[in-house]
Design a protein around this ligand. Sequence first.
Ligand SMILES: Cc1cc2nc3c(=O)[nH]c(=O)nc-3n(C[C@H](O)[C@H](O)[C@H](O)COP(=O)(O)OP(=O)(O)OC[C@H]3O[C@@H](n4cnc5c(N)ncnc54)[C@H](O)[C@@H]3O)c2cc1C
Ligand code: SF4
Ligand code: SF4
Ligand code: SF4
Length: 428
Amino acid sequence: MSRANSVVNITEKKICCGCGACSVICPVSCIDFTYGKRFNYPKVDSEKCIDCGKCLKVCPSEFLLHGTDPEFSKQTEIEDLKSYLLYSPDDDIRLDSSSGGFITGLILHLMEKGQIDGAIIAKSQGDTPWIAKSVLATTRQELLDSRASKYAPVSNCTALKDVLEKPGRYAFVGTPCMCEGLKKLQDVNPVLKERVVLSVGFVCAGMASRQSTLAFLERYDVDLEEVYKISYRGDGWPGNFRVFNKQGEVILKKPLLGCSLDLVVPGDHYLRCNNCLDHWSNYADIVVSDPWKDDMVDNEMKGWSGIMIRSQSGQEAVDSAIASGDMIANEVSSEEMYNYNKHLIITADHKRHSWMALYQLLFFWRFKGMSAVFRSFLKWQGPGLLTTLRSRFDRNYYENTDPRKKLLKANTGATEHLRLRSEAAHKK
Ligand SMILES: Cc1cc2nc3c(=O)[nH]c(=O)nc-3n(C[C@H](O)[C@H](O)[C@H](O)COP(=O)(O)OP(=O)(O)OC[C@H]3O[C@@H](n4cnc5c(N)ncnc54)[C@H](O)[C@@H]3O)c2cc1C
Ligand code: SF4
Ligand code: SF4
Ligand code: SF4
């Protein structure tokens, strides 16, 4: 059976971001979602596949098969959207969250008000916590256990299967590509449209490979047998990377700044992240970021979340949390909000277009856009282009652990100056 219309096209071209949307829609359940050594990705059983094309229709990476859309960047230019800096006043929520505890605080507020029954979130706890699990959480404890960003592969759309089986109203948390996968699934599945009533997306620079986390643990001689929970953030702001054993004892603690932010977060991402046009969750009801204001680095110990509202349901949810005192908020301008992550707005002259042109050349033998590649070389962006080339020709891309081995030798310290500023604030 031909598989020309399935997501095999996406994985073969290494443009999958592991969102999980395809595995929810397959009518003959022939997509086995795989948690590889490096990335999560779907494997299609070609014997069972009927080549219906449904998986490809909901795939947020599908656009890369057809070339790039120069019009898309226009959607990410500044619009008149309401934006806030805010935090949860409950320190039990805020201190172990990524930034201000907005996401966890908002979901708990909506659950307590009976507006939702739970939310799809990601959890790094259990027997293999380096494989973050996508969970439909329905209790306060599950939500508290799952706080903070996982800088590792997560596939939250896979948990939409549980939503299909469990009547109720739910929120969805995910990266921009997961939110796009959700939106496409909702367009073809009325049950998901009815049951998922709110989507909360991140500002997302990229999703690091699982190997980044494992190499970090190896660097500090952590025994994997002992690891029960991994917290990439939390412990105040900007926070620490912590590893816990089953008894809840901390067996590794390293600062985010000057250490885990330099080693775990950047570098070895899905190749798809180099081709991402939506780092700002255009398809979510609310987009959340960690604002990293200069004065926060100097003074802040608990953290704030920065949000931008994209829909009426998003506005109603946030208004309700603010009105009941479950969220403390200052309204700011959208320009200010965009400025905290300005580098992630993909404008028409962004260097991203050079990676994309290279993709088009390598995968499809299309020469369109090559001027962007030459411009990139002139601006010394060679290493990024080389990564694209290397990954393209890596036969074992989703499983290969070699690219991250060099991390063991890498030095920390790129954000050391920020750590010193923040530590001075904590000592005051
Ligand atoms: C991969 C990634 C990259 C990011 N890049 C940036 C960036 O470049 N700039 C920026 O300003 N902010 C970025 N963020 C967002 C930032 O790290 C915080 O998530 C945000 O500030 C929200 O903090 P909070 O305290 O409100 O969230 P919390 O209250 O801590 O809640 C976070 C929620 O997200 C869920 N979650 C965590 N990780 C994932 C994941 N990988 N996929 C799906 N769900 C998850 C958790 O289970 C939890 O429910 C990124 C987040 C992620 C996951
Ligand atoms: S049967 Fe349809 S949805 Fe399932 S893998 Fe094949 S093409 Fe995709
Ligand atoms: S990007 Fe998402 S929908 Fe597309 S193939 Fe990968 S997991 Fe499936
Ligand atoms: S950078 Fe883009 S493709 Fe990569 S995880 Fe984030 S939203 Fe998805």
